[in-house]
Design a protein around this ligand. Structure first.
Ligand code: TYD
Length: 206
């Protein structure tokens, strides 16, 4: 069977990606049901037992910025080796809630880690590997902060300032400009039906 495709979902906290990811998965499963392929859902940081342990630390434990970036990429290396690569080789489609663009956006844009360090880690961990498609749910930090759930205690990232998310969003948009062939920017202020229409078009194209 031909190699599967790798699709990533990105955006600042509160952009609505989780809602759309669930819908996208259902629609994609319906489209490929007859092909004998499966859809594998995963997330970063996380996706493996080791990655989920690192996620717990990354979301709740204070640490040096470089440690944070290194742990994000360490979790990613494990995720690629244990989950993403084998699934794609098997012909399955992999949907990931965040991937490397998040490290550029959050640790680079948000926290200010120099880009050349992140580019070196990206080359080391991924070689030339990149998603086939990245959906960037784009929204202003104002709207995102209104949408962020207050149901539970915010983690280390969710509790960041609007200024942090302004820089994070700008870096996401810069990454999209740098690689327009793999990015689809979704205006996340649109209604849910409007966004679903766009997602359905993207699935058909794929
Ligand atoms: P998120 O994907 O928003 O999950 P949930 O919806 O369960 O809160 O949480 C992951 C957080 O990790 C998010 O705030 C962004 C951050 N993050 C980084 O800072 N760098 C990264 O490389 C990745 C993958 C995530």
């Amino acid at each position: 069977m031909a190699r599967g495709k790798f699709i990533t979902f990105e955006g600042i906290d509160g952009a609505g990606k989780t809602t759309h990811l669930a819908w996208f998965r259902e629609r994609l499963e319906a489209h490929i049901a007859a092909s004998g392929r499966s859809v594998v859902m995963t997330r970063e940081p996380g996706g493996t037992a080791l990655g989920e342990s690192l996620r717990e630390l990354l979301l709740h434990q204070t640490m040096d910025l470089e440690t944070e970036a290194l742990l994000m990429f360490a979790a990613r290396r494990e995720h690629l080796a244990q989950v993403i690569e084998p699934a794609l080789a098997h012909g399955d489609w992999v949907l990931s809630d965040r991937f490397s663009d998040a490290t550029f956006a959050y640790q680079g844009g948000g926290r200010g880690l120099p880009r050349d360090k992140l580019e070196a880690l990206e080359r080391w961990v991924q070689g030339g590997f990149q998603p086939d498609l990245t959906l960037l749910f784009d929204v202003s930090p104002d709207t995102a902060s209104e949408r962020r759930s207050s149901a539970r205690e915010p983690d280390r990232f969710e509790s960041e300032s609007d200024a942090f998310f302004t820089r994070t969003r700008a870096e996401y948009l810069r990454r999209a400009e740098e690689a327009p062939y793999r990015f689809a920017i979704i205006d996340s202020t649109q209604s849910i039906p409007q966004i679903q229409k766009r997602l359905e078009e993207l699935i058909t194209t794929l």
